[in-house]
Design a protein around this ligand. Structure first.
Ligand SMILES: *Cc1c(COP(=O)(O)O)cnc(C)c1O
Length: 363
């Protein structure tokens, strides 16, 4: 098996894989599972510095994003979509599917969203039910400063929906202090579980907005209200994937016991950027670098796919290209979660340097 240095899915710790292989009970009948589920949700919330309730949903990260939008959006709602990346823009599609009216606030994809400019915009127009923002826009490795953006939205009375799927646990998240209303996470990024779960954290204000809807949520699987009384009733809207949640619990315990996690991500992300610059390569962004992923411009005369192929076949390391507007333009190294170890990152950078040399790159 290759070393999977991609920006999600990441490699998975042995104790997480073992937890996923434990014998399981029946989550629909056995009330102990309901306790385990709630404790796991509470642990997750506490690691994101929030008292808000989190839900674990059976589905990949995209389900969490769609569930947030489906549960909040009513036909005709104006929604501010902060767009400085592929996932940022993508929220507009979900808003449309559920009948809302997305208003795109589009800025340079090479730069983080400037909170002062956003403030000036909101002073002219702040009539939005909620706003969406991506913490780390993974295809370009762009990190937005949600510590500034979410309190700003809150000041204008706008509910915030944050996609931190590929940022959380590699970049700090203080959900309560930063007034994040709906926070979306996923299992396969810095959490370092396999693909399959998404976590949605919901503030009381967002919950009220969902409960006070005039029209029903136009979905069953994406309806967060369907979880409303799961604990009291010991009943989930659908059978929960027990093994996935056992794995998640172990991964969250690993994070809790790792006092150096955020500092290590900052350190190794900086080391990666420095090494990339030393190789004469260019980073994609001009600012807003995430600690979880580094996006590198593909140098002239070389293609992303040949770099990925040689890295995998000769060096046993899988890195990623990018997609959508960045297809063929960007190479990405994921240094998040279990991947964020000095020896893995160094080995990856050494292999990249050799690979580029073999492909005829001269700095
Ligand atoms: C990975 C990711 C998701 C989940 O979607 P994928 O299908 O795994 O791409 C959502 N948002 C962001 C920012 C992500 O990086």
């Amino acid at each position: 098996m290759y070393k999977m240095m991609t920006p999600g899915p990441t490699m998975v710790a042995e104790n997480v894989r073992m937890a996923r292989s434990l014998e399981t009970g029946n989550p629909d009948v056995d009330a102990d599972f309901c306790e385990f589920y709630r404790e796991t949700c509470e642990l997750y919330s506490s690691l994101l510095n929030t008292k808000n309730e989190s839900l674990i949903l059976s589905g990949e990260g995209i389900l969490g994003l769609e569930a947030a939008i489906a549960s909040l959006t009513e036909p005709g709602d104006r929604v501010l979509v902060l767009d400085n990346g592929v996932f940022g823009k993508g929220f507009a599609d979900f808003v449309k599917i559920y009948g809302g009216e997305p208003v795109l606030y589009t800025t340079d994809y090479k730069k983080e969203i400037d909170a002062a400019a956003l403030k000036a915009y909101l002073e002219k127009d702040s009539d939005f039910k909620y706003a969406t923002v991506v913490h780390c826009d993974t295809p370009s490795g762009m990190l937005n400063d949600i510590s500034k953006i979410c309190p700003l939205l809150d000041g204008f009375g706008i509910i915030s929906v944050v996609d931190s799927v590929s940022a959380m646990f590699g970049n700090e998240v203080k959900a309560d202090e930063w007034k994040i209303d709906v926070l979306c996470g996923g299992s396969q990024k810095a959490v370092s579980c396999p693909i399959g779960l998404t976590m949605v954290t919901i503030s009381d204000r967002a919950k009220k907005a969902m409960e006070n809807r005039k029209t029903p949520v136009a979905s069953f699987y994406c309806n967060l209200l369907a979880f409303k009384s799961y604990y009291e009733d010991k009943w989930f809207p659908y059978s929960m994937p027990v093994s996935d949640i056992y794995g998640l619990r172990q991964a969250l315990e690993n994070i809790k016991n790792d006092g150096d996690m955020l500092a290590r991500h900052a350190r190794l992300a900086e080391m990666t950027r420095n090494r990339v610059r030393e190789m004469g390569l260019k980073l994609y962004g001009e600012n807003g670098y995430s600690n979880t992923v580094t996006a590198i411009r593909v140098p002239e005369g070389i293609t992303a796919s040949e770099v990925i192929k040689v890295m995998r076949e000769k060096h046993g390391i899988l890195i990623a290209g990018s997609f959508d507007v960045f297809a063929g333009e960007i190479l990405r190294i994921g240094h998040m979660g279990y991947n964020c170890r000095e020896e893995f990152v160094e080995e990856t950078l050494d292999a990249l340097e050799q690979t580029l040399g073999e492909l005829g790159y001269r700095k």
